[in-house]
Design a protein around this ligand. Structure first.
Ligand SMILES: [Zn+2]
Length: 97
């Protein structure tokens, strides 16, 4: 069974920092010329990543906001029976908001 897991901004930040550390390790093994080229490419990729991460976060917030909130009491305020999701209590007929 698949569980839906949205990465938190902190987790995204950690992923980004790890990618930057990995990149730094790779850069240390390069010649200055290779390094300058790679840095330019990496900088561009990081900027694109940030933009797409922000988009992802925005989408996540939209999805979270679109989930309908369960309304109404869970228990009948009159008799305390489980409300069961209907408009009226199944036990005493008290209207449930
Ligand atoms: Zn009731």
């Amino acid at each position: 069974m698949e569980t839906m897991k949205t990465p938190t901004p902190e987790e995204l930040q950690q992923l980004l920092e790890k990618a930057q550390r990995d990149l730094q390790a790779a850069l240390d093994k390069m010649t200055p010329e290779e390094r300058a080229q790679a840095e330019a490419r990496a900088q561009k990729a990081i900027e694109e990543d940030r933009a797409s991460m922000q988009k992802m976060l925005d989408e996540g917030a939209k999805v979270a906001a679109s989930i309908p909130q369960r309304s109404g009491p869970k228990f009948c305020p009159n008799c305390g029976a489980p409300a069961g999701g209907g408009k009226f209590c199944t036990n005493c007929g008290n209207p449930l908001r």
